[in-house]
Design a protein around this ligand. Structure first.
Ligand code: HOZ
Length: 423
């Protein structure tokens, strides 16, 4: 079936034709590409067209698609059964790797999505502290649990939904959303609400309003203030975990959060999430403690096998080489835009990057929002026509992988040159 027929068929059966809103091309227009298969740095659509892929399934595919080592691990695990609903040795193996990679994590609970990890993190923070209010940052997206869908990034920002119908107002009122990178507003909020605050949750490097790095001192200030007031600090490293380094941003920044949320890469492309932290806090989770969390498919053997294979393969990889390749791509983009006099701000942290269509520095959601999203849409469509697949929204991160080659980068920059001619 051709792409348009697939999309109309899908729209009859699936809301918006997609199983996650950001895939629907709403902000860039046109028909989403239905993907048939993927290998290495490439995805192939249902009409047989090949694209160099910078979506990477929104982050997990750091080794590239269909890595033979990961596929083999999944095949072998599947042959032994796909789910038991009982503990397995492979879950201990996964826990060992996560605990070894994160000094702040003494215990970890596996789940099936990043949303479950962040949702459980705030429930645990509330249960542990006996307080109800939470602080998050505008434009940060922590999945779609009720308390966290307040002034969120990702598809929520792309579709312009500030809050979401269906979330009780009284629950949303317990969430304070502050500007990212603004330490002073955190100090003010803690001064006003300190005794009622259970936690501060933050993407240590924001990825869901496009990539926005933390200003020097911002995360350190969060750590200092929360520690003083007995508020838990939660790092959402669902995107940054094992992407920025073998471990997370917290390893590079030498900051110890109380709880850490993981997902994406640790599942090697299968559905996964994890919540880790200090033993004394984690033991408040059932069955050792009263804070309830559960999941039929938690610690699923296929997800564990794919995740462990991915982590073990990542051990031998050079993150600095990946960073260097990503910088080559970003500086190539910068030069091409400068030559055409088209304003762009490119934020890159490791192998995550975003081209914001604005000449201003982007340090928070307000500055990200000043991007020309209409121009971004035209750039996106132009690149797609040239065989380059970018995230179909301005407020998202792009990702390179260890499967991308120098040739992929130069083909991408050639495509960009052609697209800018017509922009
Ligand atoms: N920015 C989202 C996750 N970090 C994209 C994935 C989705 O919503 O489908």
């Amino acid at each position: 079936m051709d792409m348009n027929s697939l999309f109309s068929e899908a729209q009859k059966l699936i809301p918006g034709g997609v199983n996650s809103p950001v895939r629907a091309f709403r902000s860039v227009g046109g028909t989403p590409r239905f993907i048939r298969e993927a290998a290495g740095s490439k995805v192939i659509d249902a009409e047989g067209r090949e694209y160099i892929d910078y979506v990477a399934s929104w982050g997990p595919m750091i080794l590239g698609h269909s890595h033979p080592g990961v596929v083999q691990a999944i095949r072998e695990a599947a042959g032994r059964g796909t789910s038991y609903g009982a503990p397995t040795e492979i879950e201990i193996e996964m826990a060992k790797r996560i605990v070894a990679a994160f000094p702040a994590i003494e215990m970890v609970r596996m789940m099936s999505s990043g949303t479950e990890a962040t949702m459980t993190a705030i429930r645990l923070a509330r249960g542990y502290t006996g307080r109800e209010m939470i602080i998050k940052f505008t434009g940060c997206y922590h999945g779609h649990a009720d308390s966290l869908l307040v002034k969120a990034g990702s598809g929520v920002a792309t579709l312009g939904i500030p809050g979401s119908p269906g979330i009780p107002r009284r629950l949303a009122e317990l969430t304070i959303s502050l500007p990212y990178n603004d330490s002073a507003s955190v100090r003010d909020a803690v001064r006003s609400f300190g005794g009622d605050l259970a936690c501060v949750i933050v993407e240590p490097v924001a990825g869901n309003m496009g990539v926005v790095p933390p200003r020097p001192g911002f995360l350190e200030t969060l750590r200092e203030i929360t520690r003083e007031k007995g508020i838990l600090l939660i790092f959402d490293e669902v995107i940054t975990g094992f992407r920025i380094a073998y471990g997370g941003w917290q390893n590079l920044a030498s900051i110890t959060p109380d709880l850490t949320c993981l997902g994406k890469i640790i599942g090697g492309g299968l559905p996964v999430g994890a919540l880790g932290g200090r033993r004394e806090i984690m033991e408040h989770l059932a069955p050792t403690g009263p804070v309830y969390q559960a999941g039929t498919l938690s610690g699923n053997p296929l997800a564990m096998a794919a995740g462990i294979a991915t982590l073990d393969l990542l051990r031998g990889k050079s993150y600095s080489a990946l960073d260097k390749m990503t910088e080559t791509l970003c500086s190539g983009y910068r030069n091409l835009f400068a030559r055409k006099g088209i304003p762009v701000t490119i934020n890159r942290v490791g192998s995550m990057f975003t081209l914001f269509f604005t000449g201003e520095e982007v340090t928070d959601f307000a500055s990200a929002s000043r991007s020309d999203t209409e121009r971004f849409g035209r750039f996106f469509q132009g690149m797609l026509a040239e065989g380059i697949s970018l995230a179909p929204a301005q407020f998202e991160a792009g990702f390179t992988s260890f499967a991308h080659t120098d040739e992929d980068i130069s083909r991408t920059l050639d495509a960009c040159g052609k697209v800018l001619e017509k922009l």
